[in-house]
Ligand binder design. Structure first.
Ligand SMILES: NC(=O)c1ccc[n+]([C@@H]2O[C@H](COP(=O)([O-])OP(=O)(O)OC[C@H]3O[C@@H](n4cnc5c(N)ncnc54)[C@H](OP(=O)(O)O)[C@@H]3O)[C@@H](O)[C@H]2O)c1
Length: 303
């Protein structure tokens, strides 16, 4: 009897050590993405000549466009504002000598995809970054959307499938890791992006496609009122640089180690605590204060 108990507890102890050992190994992998998920220098350009980035005139999209041009790709940049796109095209062209095509498009308009298809039909497109997205309010609110990223995939997937290679990055959000009050509609639309992207990866993996959902938390862009960067709010450049290192880390990535820990923390906190009114009000106040602070710093630096 005693030996049976001993075997039971030894096995239990062994299982716990193996369980946490594997978890530790997984965390270590995320700490050293370059070592565990190396990308050859010519990886992106080997996918095709062109990369397409939606919502590219500023923020995260702008940095993806720059990073992909730096990797040797020509880029198509899209958003609603021609002047900003043309300025960016000039900057990318001067910095990387790559060709940049500007495409003015508003993804809230129904007919936009016919135009896009026509403009892209002769290009050898290897990478798509489905980045465009809108946050209804940059301060959390008690109710509150997304773009037709599925349509962009429908437009570009057939060409990639024929060539048997291609990369699609679908930008979701970390707050989709749980049903997120105060960002309810946004978080729900982003979980659609994530599940859609993961399903698509499973469908097209065998065809040589790499499709990944990228789920950041705070990145200092217009969308979040250019909040000051810190441990958890990253600059768009730092975030994109980091996220591309995780391109081979699976069908979904937080894109940075700090956002991975934040996601883990949120998922481990009991919902009863997270959803308490005091916590929701605290979140609202925290974001409002952070944005007010950012506004006062920018007013001071202009003055
Ligand atoms: N910033 C964050 O903290 C954060 C966190 C998680 C996830 N995300 C996600 O990351 C993606 C990029 O966000 P961001 O923070 O970089 O936003 P951003 O700085 O506000 O940039 C949004 C980009 O999309 C374009 N855009 C907006 N509405 C458009 C429309 N209807 N049609 C075409 N282009 C449009 C904007 O240019 P125009 O206004 O000139 O059209 C701009 O280039 C979004 O999907 C967002 O949900 C951001």
């Amino acid at each position: 009897m005693k030996s049976l108990l001993e075997v039971f507890f030894t096995s239990l102890g062994g299982a716990v050590v193996v369980y946490y050992g594997v978890k530790l190994l997984l965390v270590t992998k995320m700490l050293y993405p370059k070592m565990w998920f190396p990308l050859p220098k010519s990886f992106f350009s080997s996918m095709g000549e062109w990369a397409v980035v939606t919502g590219a005139s500023e923020g995260i999209g702008r940095e993806y466009a720059f990073a992909l041009a730096e990797q040797g790709m020509n880029v198509v940049i899209m958003s609603r504002t021609k002047a900003t796109l043309e300025q960016l095209a000039k900057e990318i062209g001067e910095a990387t000598s790559r060709t940049v095509k500007v495409l003015v498009a508003d993804f809230t308009e129904d007919k936009v995809f016919g135009d896009i298809e026509e403009q892209l039909k002769d290009l050898n497109i290897g990478v798509l970054v489905n980045n465009v997205g809108m946050l209804p309010s940059n301060v959390p609110k008690r109710f509150l959307e997304d773009t037709d990223l599925d349509q962009m995939c429908k437009t570009l997937l057939p060409g990639m499938e024929n060539r048997g290679k291609g990369v699609i990055i679908n930008v979701s959000s970390g707050i989709a890791c749980i049903p997120f009050p105060m960002y309810s509609l946004y978080a729900a639309s982003k979980i659609f992006v994530e599940r859609f992207s993961q399903g698509l990866q499973a469908e097209y993996k065998e065809k040589g496609m790499l499709i990944q959902a990228v789920t950041p938390f705070g990145v200092s862009t217009r969308m979040i009122g250019y909040q000051a960067t810190d441990m958890v709010t990253l600059s768009p450049r730092d975030f994109v640089k980091s996220s591309l290192q995780y391109l081979r880390a699976g069908d979904r990535t937080y894109g940075s180690i700090c956002h991975m820990f934040l996601g883990w923390l949120i998922r481990s906190t009991p919902r009863k605590i997270l959803y308490a009114d005091s916590v929701l009000n605290g979140l609202q106040e925290y974001v409002e204060k952070k944005q007010a602070k950012t506004r006062s710093i920018s007013t001071l630096s202009v003055a």
